[in-house]
Design a protein around this ligand. Structure first.
Ligand code: G6P
Length: 626
């Protein structure tokens, strides 16, 4: 989703700004732009194409300067179009004045300003000219209207008027060596430069990898002043009830080894394919160092917390929600702990009944998803202090916010449709299940050894599943001609069916729905015709016989069945029943294997339809707005 990079330097900063945008590119965006202080004024270039195109544009137009800001935009207010792309400039007073007097404020923004209509009316009445449909342009004009020779002061005063979520980076024509940033609800970091007094801003430390590893994570309400060789942070002073006064604050500088994000595609056609094939390595890395089950895998003090809690509440969005939904089955059956799984955006706004003895577990690949972060804070505000995250980014807000954490080691995930993050989350959640089971006296040494053995064998088992790719490609050709698909699963594999349907719709744009197989006759059976492929996840577990009956129900209506069956299920291919046999049966960990052919099916179907697999339309990798 939206990304910010900003800099104050003595060298031409444009290549660094562009490189920063490239590092954030994988998050998904639909336009991009850069602005610099050049020849005493504001210069900018914007594009609805890729950052590479913006790069060519700045080179051609010779956009260069030592002070600048850059942005990748994921449209919320106003279509993806050049005039809506950031940076936005403030525009004089009125159309004629604008021609005579180019704007003096340049600004980029992540988040959503909720009172933008009200502010726009007010600023229009004062003569400001709006050239975009964005909520962001309002902030540029607002800062301009409050500017009286000191940008830091103007931004501080502007933040007092903003409602909603924002991270902003701003510079002014009249102050050539200064960039001001502010955040509330959206992440922003300060990068302390290592050469010639330069300083940086970014929405993620990863954008600055290779430039500086000295990072300050700005906190809610912080406003930061960046100049050559110095920076200064202020926050609203909540003491004495005076929220309009700002006071200086110190924030620790951390050394952050942000990964470069510059993952190579290697022999693969897309990052998604590469990431599917990386899963054996990702799982192996995630389990690296786990020699035995102990609560301390999740951080110091975990034993005390695990001993104290009597239920689990899982909060997540998207694919992470489905890994949580799978874990509910494990947590209740293996650890015997009552577990609820909630979609973060629902939980944060509904009335719920808190139990202080709850372990609140957030699951997030990015660690920056706005709804999941807000749901976490909401849970805490309801009096549930024990928090744990399963997260793929050690430096993320989620990890910093939670008491306990398990960092999955999937590596950077570029494809918008999550794959290796999902299976590594499942690995982390299985470890959590075992640790809670142990503390609750439900895991003896023999069981622990058996589970650990099965987990260590996962990379090998995954390799055999990946070898099914040619068979899946055969199916994908048939799927590519369909407009609808139904996915069925039972028990532990119902969330896997949901995840399979999500993958297919995200990247192939085929309408796909998933149902617990037992619900078939309560509605979806009405949809079954020869045009509706029905994908069934059929592991050899206690529900197999029931699933076989559901398969017959589909066949009887002429539906085409595509069954991923375990080796020993005795479901055979026949007229209208297509079977791919999974290499081995895997008991409780079976979801980790069964999701893989569904990822491959979605991937190859999307390829056959010629969609933009890694950057599907309208979607973003890291959803930092609600
Ligand atoms: C977006 C991504 C999904 C992801 C979801 C939650 O929708 O496209 O792949 O599952 O956000 O993201 P998180 O980073 O919190 O796991």
């Amino acid at each position: 989703m939206c990304g910010i990079v900003g800099a104050v330097s003595q060298r031409n900063i444009v290549p660094i700004l562009i490189e920063g945008l490239k590092r954030l590119e994988y998050r998904g965006y639909d336009s991009c732009g850069v602005a610099v202080h050049q020849a005493g004024g504001l210069r900018r270039a914007r594009s609805t194409s890729r950052v590479a195109e913006l790069d060519a544009q700045v080179a051609q137009e010779e956009v260069q300067g030592g002070t600048g800001i850059a942005h990748t935009r994921w449209a919320t207010h106003g279509a993806p179009a050049v005039h809506n792309a950031h940076p936005h400039f403030s525009h004089g007073t009125g159309a004629d004045a604008f021609k005579a007097k180019p704007g003096r404020i340049a600004l980029v923004h992540n988040g959503i300003i909720e009172n933008h209509d009200e502010l726009r009316d007010e600023l229009k009445a004062r003569g400001y000219l709006f050239t975009s449909q964005t909520d962001t342009e309002v902030i540029a004009h607002l800062v301009d209207s409050l500017y009286d020779g000191d940008l830091f002061d103007a931004v501080k005063r502007a933040t007092l008027r903003l409602k909603g979520a924002y991270a902003i980076a701003v510079f002014c024509r009249d102050e050539p060596h200064r960039v001001v940033g502010a955040r509330e609800g959206s992440p922003l970091v300060l990068g302390v430069g290592v050469q010639s007094g330069e300083n940086f801003l970014a929405s993620d430390a990863m954008a600055l990898a290779g430039v500086t590893d000295q990072i300050i994570y700005l906190e809610e309400g912080d406003v930061v002043d960046l100049q050559l060789g110095k920076y200064w942070i202020e926050a609203r002073d909540a003491s004495n009830g005076n929220a309009e006064r700002f006071v200086r604050v110190e924030r620790p500088v951390r050394t952050v080894h942000a990964h470069t994000g510059a993952a190579e595609l290697g022999p693969y056609r897309h990052y998604m394919q590469k990431e599917i094939f990386e899963q054996p390595r990702a799982i192996s890395d995630t389990l690296d160092g786990v020699v035995s089950i102990t609560p301390e895998l999740f951080g110091d003090g975990a034993y005390k917390v695990f001993k104290d809690v009597e239920q689990v509440l899982i909060l997540a969005c998207g694919t992470s929600y489905y890994s949580g939904s799978t874990a509910k089955y494990w947590l209740e059956s293996i650890a015997g702990i009552p577990t609820n799984v909630e979609i973060a955006s629902e939980y944060r706004y509904r009335d719920s009944v808190p139990n202080p003895k709850t372990l609140v577990v957030t699951i997030s690949q990015s660690g920056e998803t706005a709804d999941t972060l807000a749901a976490l804070k909401h849970a805490r505000s309801l009096g549930m202090p024990h928090t744990l995250t399963i997260c793929n980014v050690a430096t993320s807000a989620m990890v910093r916010e939670c008491e306990l954490a398990y960092i999955t080691r999937a590596g950077v995930e570029i494809g918008v449709a999550s794959t290796k993050a999902f299976t590594t989350q499942l690995a982390g959640l299985f470890l959590l299940t075992l640790a809670l089971a142990q503390v609750r006296g439900r895991l003896n040494e023999a069981q622990e050894a058996e589970h650990l053995k099965a987990m260590r064998h996962l990379p090998v088992a995954l390799q055999s599943v990946l070898a099914l790719e040619p068979q899946v490609i055969g199916w994908a050709e048939a799927f590519a001609r369909k407009e609808n698909a139904l996915f069925l699963g039972r028990g532990l594999h119902y969330p896997i069916a949901l995840e399979g349907a999500l993958k297919l719709k995200e990247i192939s744009y085929i309408h796909a729905e998933a149902y617990p197989a037992g619900e078939l006759k309560h509605g979806p059976l009405a949809l079954v015709t020869s045009e509706m492929p029905v994908v069934t996840v059929a592991p050899n577990d206690t529900l197999l016989e029931k699933l076989k009956s559901n398969i017959q129900e589909v066949r009887a209506r002429g539906g085409q069945l595509y069954v991923f069956a375990d080796a020993d299920t005795r479901i055979e291919s026949s007229e209208g029943v297509h079977v791919i046999r999974m290499p081995e049966h895997y008991g409780a960990l079976s979801p980790i294997l069964h999701v893989v052919p569904l990822q491959l099916l979605a991937y190859h179907t999307a390829c056959a339809r010629g969609t933009d697999v890694d950057k599907p339309r309208n979607l973003a990798k890291s959803v930092t707005v609600e």
